[in-house]
Design a protein around this ligand. Structure first.
Ligand code: APR
Ligand code: PHB
Length: 380
């Protein structure tokens, strides 16, 4: 259920093993292909997409990065991932580009992928899914349901409340994100701690810059004309001798920040994966990578069930996936806490954040910890 990265990667991994599936997606193809989301891929995610045969465009257009910069007190400090992690790197490539590549690959297999097919009910035991498509209501019977339908989907809701434990944290801030037709102003991503609030410089291509500003969760975009956005970005990201390239803003939006995990990620024959089971704040760039990591575990477990008559991996799916999920939850919370201005915070909070930033930028051990979490640990 769901044609986001989780559902599409899972369907493709299964198809490569001769296991058939039906992908149901509530929205249109145009909608899911143009939805702008984050864009940082861990090396493990890139390797997986390439091994699946959907890495062609990613290899051509993805921007390989060997580090990031942390900025505070008017100075930038490079965290050199490849040096600190034995050669690992990240790739900047928009999530909607990953989704386009996966949809094209799925359609090429001729296997079913239904758009504007909204699931309205799930029977986790039979199991079956009822969905609306082309004006009618349909029922699909299957061996398993993979709930890859995002945070607002119906799969998690189909599990009896008493069977689940939820963990969550809301943050008193959000990100105002823009996409601008301007060449990136820096080779690396810049995570900037500033007394006016956090800012992030990222990119999508040599012609497109992606930028974010910490804002209020209820921020009204009407109060943010382009000129105010650029002024604020200049104020937060600016350092001596550097200019931020400006250009037409072609997309603008507010992203809420939340940490959320549900346990277990399975009930009966329903398996949750990706945002359906967990949310991270975007500061660690983990959302898409976690979704892919979940379905790699799930695909292996389903392959063992179908090909080797081995149910043990499916039984361990939730526990296995949750180890990585909690590591990413901690990392994303930690990055978020270190870099954002705390409304109502005091000078003590600020000094703790500055001390932590200085430590990460001066101690090899602390920098290595950030680097290995950012590029993605293989052995979680
Ligand atoms: N029936 C069918 N499809 C549904 C339903 C439903 N009832 N409800 C939701 N969906 C679809 C959504 O329209 C969406 O396309 O499920 C898909 C879920 O995809 P994503 O939200 O992209 O979630 P996921 O595949 O887990 O990927 C996680 O997405 O939100 C970002 O930061 C997050 O990068 C991470 C990634
Ligand atoms: C992005 O490019 O959209 C991006 C980069 C890094 C993040 C979050 C988002 O931490």
């Amino acid at each position: 259920m769901g044609a986001g990265p989780a559902g599409l990667v899972l369907a493709h991994l299964l198809q490569l093993e001769g296991i058939s599936s039906v992908v149901l997606e509530a929205r249109s193809r145009e909608y899911v292909e143009s939805r702008i989301r984050a864009g940082v891929l861990e090396q493990g995610t890139v390797d997986c997409l390439v091994a699946m045969g959907v890495g062609g465009r990613l290899r051509q257009q993805g921007l390989r990065h060997e580090g990031i910069e942390l900025q505070f007190a008017g100075e930038r400090h490079r965290i050199h991932f490849t040096e600190l992690t034995g050669g690992r790197s990240i790739t900047v490539y928009g999530q909607q580009e990953v989704v386009k590549d996966l949809i094209a690959a799925r359609l090429e297999t001729g296997q079913p992928l239904l758009f504007e097919a909204e699931a309205v009910g799930v029977d986790v035991h039979r199991p079956s899914v009822s969905y609306r498509h082309e004006g009618g209501e349909h029922e699909l019977e299957c061996d398993f349901v993979a709930g890859c339908d995002g945070f607002h989907g119906v799969c998690r809701e189909a599990i009896p409340a008493g069977a689940l434990t939820e963990f969550s944290r809301d943050y008193p801030f959000a990100w105002l994100g823009i996409l601008a037709e301007a060449p990136p102003s820096n080779e690396e991503l810049i995570y900037a701690y500033n007394e006016r609030g956090f800012a992030l410089h990222s990119m999508r291509s040599p012609q497109l810059t992606r930028l974010y500003l910490q804002c209020r969760p209820d921020e009204n975009l009407d109060e943010w004309p382009d000129e105010r956005i650029w002024d604020e970005l200049q104020a937060r990201l600016g350092v001596e001798g550097w200019t931020l390239n400006e250009g037409p803003i072609i997309e603008k939006g507010v992203t809420p920040m939340r940490s959320y995990v549900v346990e277990p990620m399975q009930h009966g024959r329903l398996f949750l994966a990706g945002d359906a089971a967990h949310i991270v704040p975007p500061t660690g760039a983990k959302g898409l990578n976690l979704a892919v990591a979940d379905v790699r575990v799930l695909a292996d477990a389903l392959v063992a069930w179908y090909h080797d008559d081995d149910a043990s991996r499916l039984e361990r799916y939730s526990a296995t996936a949750l180890r990585r999920v909690w590591r990413a939850e901690h990392f994303s919370w930690w990055m978020t806490s270190m870099l954002h201005r705390i409304d109502g915070g005091d000078a003590f909070d600020v000094q703790l954040q500055l001390s932590q930033l200085a430590y990460v930028c001066s101690s090899r051990a602390a920098a290595t910890s950030l680097a290995e979490n950012y590029v993605g640990l293989e052995a979680v």
